[in-house]
Design a protein around this ligand. Structure first.
Ligand SMILES: Cc1ncc(COP(=O)(O)O)c(C=O)c1O
Length: 378
């Protein structure tokens, strides 16, 4: 079955087509896009002149660095030798995990709306079963609904924590309940935890690995793209117990052999060096979120205030158009936002990014206000 394009990339290209109706596009930021600081550039320069032993699990230094980071920041214990694997980002990590641990014909349960896992699940020959979360509950995941969706073919539960696109964070008891459902039915829990530094409110980010005693079959995928502005370097990692990591490691060897050593050396420097080049980007995001939510309310548009991430999942129902037509309408007003069906959620909704400047966000909500006012008048 031919796969569609990754929705965010397709929309970004459409938006870039300045010859179309969207020449007056407002720059809307997602994750920080920053030049690397001197210490990261220097680490990459030195690495470029070195010869590296081939280590398909990833550089021993980077795995040790990540293990130290997980312990000191979150209290998570991850054995760098047996429980960590370096990947080409979280996208590669999750795709690999799905192909390594699941078989064609298996089913994976995915609370939705959710990030773009659909293509990678189908690439693995697996069937995604989306379990809708409810907006009126702040997009909270419903363990009873998840359990009701289990069939004899179900092998895994996939959670996005924090959730992209809703900014939802499961609180501790909710995570425990979801893991208990998985344990009862012998499911592996796959968690994408790519937004660990983008947490503003609510119950806080709780790595599922803190609950390892509850259920041993947990696999977490994380992205340095988001947390260290590493989008261009393509580095992420998988954390899993040895019995699950070993098949994932073997799949990585067949897939890509190993991740580039220069990028891994740069990642060590990014994790261990000063953080003053990137911290200001995170420091402004909470207030940007507040600015967006307040502006949306003035425009008559609703969203549960997101606890985490860099996006709000907005109900554009008042505009009366859905899906691609909604994206086109927003684009024609200079607003780039991906419709909810790209996230297996309602097509009346769209994800609005709030990582840009305060001026850009004000411009976004001003234009949305004139759009909704126009609809109300007609
Ligand atoms: C939830 C989530 N997972 C994974 C990715 C991709 O991460 P990476 O660049 O590390 O592949 C993204 C990027 O937007 C994301 O939002």
């Amino acid at each position: 079955m031919p796969l569609p394009r990754l929705p965010a990339l397709e929309l970004a290209e459409r938006a870039l087509d300045a010859s179309g109706p969207c020449a007056d596009l407002i720059p809307m930021g997602g994750v920080p896009v920053l030049p690397m600081p001197a210490h990261v550039v220097e680490a990459a320069r030195i690495a470029a002149g070195r010869v590296f032993p081939r280590r398909s699990r990833g550089s021993a230094e980077l795995r040790r660095t990540i293990s130290d980071h997980l312990r000191s920041t979150f209290g998570v214990d991850a054995d760098p030798e047996a429980e960590l694997l370096i990947t080409h980002g979280a996208q590669h990590g999750m795709s690999l995990v799905l192909r390594a641990l699941l078989d064609p014909g298996d089913e994976v349960l995915v609370p939705a709306p959710t990030y773009f896992f659909d293509g990678m699940i189908r690439l693995a020959g697996v069937r995604p079963i989306y379990v809708p979360s409810e907006e009126k509950c702040g997009w909270d995941h419903d363990p009873a609904a998840v359990e009701a969706a289990v069939t004899p073919a179900t092998r895994a539960l996939l959670i996005c924590n924090p959730n992209n696109p809703t900014g939802y964070l499961p609180r501790r008891e909710r995570l425990e309940q979801l893991l208990d459902v998985a344990a009862r039915h012998g499911l592996i829990v796959l968690a994408d935890e790519s937004y660990e530094r983008y947490v503003w409110d609510g119950p806080g980010y709780r790595p599922q690995m803190l609950l390892r005693n509850r259920h041993p079959d947990l696999v977490t995928v994380t992205s340095l793209s988001k947390n260290y502005a590493f989008t261009s370097w393509r580095v992420g990692y998988v954390n899993a117990p040895a019995h699950l990591l070993e098949p994932i490691h073997r799949a990585l060897e067949w897939d890509v052999i190993n991740v580039g050593d220069v990028a891994q050396a740069a990642a060590v420097a990014a994790l261990t060096g000063p953080q003053d080049w990137i911290e200001p980007s995170f420091a402004t995001l909470r207030s940007r979120r507040d600015l967006l939510v307040a502006g949306l309310a003035r425009a008559g548009l609703k969203t549960p205030p997101p606890d985490a991430g860099v996006f709000a999942f907005v109900d554009f129902g008042p505009l009366g158009v859905v899906s691609r037509a909604l994206e086109d309408l927003l684009l024609s007003h200079g607003v780039t936002a991906l419709a909810g069906d790209a996230f297996q959620g309602p097509a009346t909704h769209a994800r609005v990014l709030y990582g840009g400047s305060a001026a850009a966000l004000t411009e976004v909500t001003d234009r949305l206000a004139s759009l909704t006012a126009g609809v109300r008048r007609t």
